[in-house]
Design a protein around this ligand. Sequence first.
Ligand SMILES: Cc1cc2nc3c(=O)[nH]c(=O)nc-3n(C[C@H](O)[C@H](O)[C@H](O)COP(=O)(O)OP(=O)(O)OC[C@H]3O[C@@H](n4cnc5c(N)ncnc54)[C@H](O)[C@@H]3O)c2cc1C
Length: 413
Amino acid sequence: MARDTADVVIIGGGIIGMSIAHQIARRSNLKVIVLEKGVGLGEGSTGGSSAITRQRYSKLESIRVARDGNLIWRNWAEYTGLSEPVGTFHDIGVLWMMHDSIQGVEADKDRLVAEGIDAVMVDAADLKNLYPGVSACMVPFDLTGEIEHECADGDAFLIERDTGFFDATGALLDVATAARAGGVDVRMRAEVVDVSVVGGRVTGVTLADGSSIDAPMIVNAAGPWCNRISAMAGLETPWELVPTRIQVLYRALPAEVPRPVPVTCDAPGGVYFRPEAGDGQIILGSLLEEDELELADPDRYNQTADRAFIDTKIHALHHRLPDLPYVGVPGGMASLYTVNRQDVLPIVGPTTIDGFAVVNGFSGHGFKESQVIASMMAQWITDERADLDTDVPMEFFSIDRDPIDIAEHTVLA
Ligand SMILES: Cc1cc2nc3c(=O)[nH]c(=O)nc-3n(C[C@H](O)[C@H](O)[C@H](O)COP(=O)(O)OP(=O)(O)OC[C@H]3O[C@@H](n4cnc5c(N)ncnc54)[C@H](O)[C@@H]3O)c2cc1C
């Protein structure tokens, strides 16, 4: 059977693995092979991602990772070196409607501004001027319809003005194109079935077709399948990284809803939503841990959204966008992300096995963090820096850290 060699083998061609490959190619001539089991790109979490690029987090390091990533999304063509990238950035703003006091919102805003983020606090009147289609109600909303609801405007809201969302598959195609242009060998239908370790050090991988690749560095970027790859290498880790089914619903966004509609995090409704590219549709997901379904097997789950999910969450959307007509049947789908049950943050970098690195457990943050995490990994692998590199230390996410004390064990983290 064929035997190949590489300096770095990356297992998984999602946004994380492909971005690491691209970031290595930006700064070195290392021979990098990306192995992706799928027929096409984006068959894992990345293909289902809402790709929101908000920067508000509870931990300063997470804010900085999102901020440094935002700079890359803003300079995408220059960063990828592509004259006509497929992916587009929609910096339509992110509106936070949380249950915070005015002082709480102000403190949040100050924290972001101090990090160079263009954040402002607005009151209900400002909100209605900026986003006339969006209700300013902050009264908790019962999605079953059993409790009578009377709207009352909130006092203070936070807006991140310099970000919004990207398109996930466009970004993935672009980094794949840029990586290939930089010499990376991207192989599809290339499923890794074994990772060889000799004397505590990785030596290579075996593929499902029986071929193998010798390499001194193997990166596990297998998304929801990451535990299988770590098990192949015999890695023992205390981290509980759980493939998790997550649903989104779609609804047409007709002309009678006043524009613009920002990316919205709606705490009273327990949902987030954003317009799809083209502005004719809304995509909505949940902010609640109770809507995350842990799976034993990432290959076996229902990929259509549950009727009950659609039929309840839809009311949160109509509450927030009162001009949205109750016509047509909303659709939905389910896909996967990988939740780190201990602290909802990823584990990134070297492990106890020499040459075996992990980049796993991103929960609902991995799209926006991908370019910066890739920058950290490439700095570590090549010992070289490049334009737009982050200064956030990779050790913040290291596998031997203690769980980080975060404000919310949800997708908001
Ligand atoms: C519904 C939804 C909404 C989201 N919204 C956001 C958001 O708004 N903002 C945000 O930042 N993040 C969001 N995320 C999270 C983000 O999309 C993920 O964190 C990110 O895509 C993870 O990328 P990845 O490359 O690690 O994983 P994946 O995209 O899953 O890539 C892993 C790849 O590894 C491949 N693979 C697995 N096993 C093998 C093997 N044995 N051999 C070869 N290849 C293998 C898989 O086929 C897959 O393509 C969302 C995710 C979902 C599901």
